[in-house]
Design a protein around this ligand. Structure first.
Ligand code: MG
Length: 318
């Protein structure tokens, strides 16, 4: 999906007048011969996939991944009905397609959001596998939503190194889960209410490997249009070294509750949603089955656990 036009705005025309605007871009960077990243930015799905495997195999893997998302009926243009179960199924399909195409020699990360509605209110359904990232700038707060599936994240979780040390650790490119390769292929999901003015940043590690959170926050909080923010982020990553492919998608949500909604809209059903912020691997499968059985939203609570079978990314030691 790398050949799409550089900018687009979407208005789903629903009851709320809810508006999404977004920008996207990708750059090979200054050191790599190929760009193995792929992305999709097509309402309701916005995602980045960072392929690994070298010799174009990584590009095949990441491309298959985003095309599988792009062709899923539940993610058709403007659809708002996708569930974590739908995405789980779609991700399994992508995993199988990549394995068939590359003999499990290539893999890809996947991170991003699907815009969904529940009880008439919009949510970010965040998905992640690997170490591409989804961040949210909401009400002035900038936070990484996804949790990396990486060796250094496990070291951080264990208290062995700090997040700052992880950024320069020699093993920082080793992911513990990926699609298309290895044994650990489960994604994590989070469901977050969309707040007025929310800005989502989705990126491959070529961005956050070059820019700290403060730098990303500064750009995201000062550059108005999402496409300008994307361009500024990519240029900053290149100025700081551009050692990897860098791919960025920025999505803004406006008019979330619509005109005059303050007086007429019922409170958000917070209690129903708080339970499903995190869907760790063992819970997703069960929750999916439960949801299918009784039509309820999936629920879970514990933090995602790290996986085995690390696979080395690209192997160039950056
Ligand atoms: Mg990368």
């Amino acid at each position: 999906m790398n050949a799409e036009p550089a900018e687009a705005t979407s208005d789903n025309g629903g009851d709320h007048g809810f508006r999404l605007s977004y920008g996207y871009g990708t750059d090979r960077g200054l050191r790599r011969e190929l760009n193995e990243d792929s992305f999709i930015a097509s309402d309701p799905v916005f995602a980045v996939a960072d392929g690994m495997g070298g010799h174009e195999a990584g590009e095949i893997a990441s491309g298959l991944c985003v095309r599988t998302l792009g062709s899923a009926p539940q993610l058709a243009t403007g659809a708002r009905t996708a569930s974590a179960a739908d995405l789980h199924e779609c991700i399994l399909e992508a995993d199988s397609r990549i394995r068939n195409a590359t003999g499990a020699r290539a893999g890809t990360t996947l991170s991003g959001v699907v815009v969904v509605e529940q009880l008439g209110l919009p949510y970010w359904l965040v998905m992640n596998i690997g170490d591409s990232r989804t961040y949210r700038l909401s009400q002035g707060q900038f936070q990484q939503v996804s949790v990396d599936h990486s060796e250094v994240q496990e070291l951080v979780d264990a208290g062995d190194i700090t997040a700052e040390e992880a950024a320069t650790h020699p093993r920082r490119h080793v992911v513990t889960r990926a699609l298309g390769t290895g044994d650990e292929t489960e994604a994590d999901f989070w469901l977050l209410p969309i707040e007025e003015g929310d800005r989502i940043l989705i990126c491959s590690d070529g961005l956050n490997g070059e820019l700290g959170d403060d730098h990303m926050f500064r750009i995201l909080s000062t550059v108005g249009h999402p496409q300008d923010a994307v361009d500024a982020l990519i240029q900053a990553a290149l100025r700081n070294g551009g050692r990897d492919n860098v791919t960025v998608v920025v999505v803004d949500a406006k008019n979330v509750l619509g005109e005059g909604a303050v007086a007429t809209t019922a409170p958000r059903p917070v209690a129903a949603v708080e339970d499903v912020d995190t869907l760790p691997r063992p819970v997703v499968a069960d929750a999916v089955a439960d949801a299918a059985a009784d039509g309820a939203a999936p629920s879970g609570g514990a933090a995602p656990s790290g996986g085995a079978a690390p696979s080395d990314r690209g192997g160039n030691g950056n």
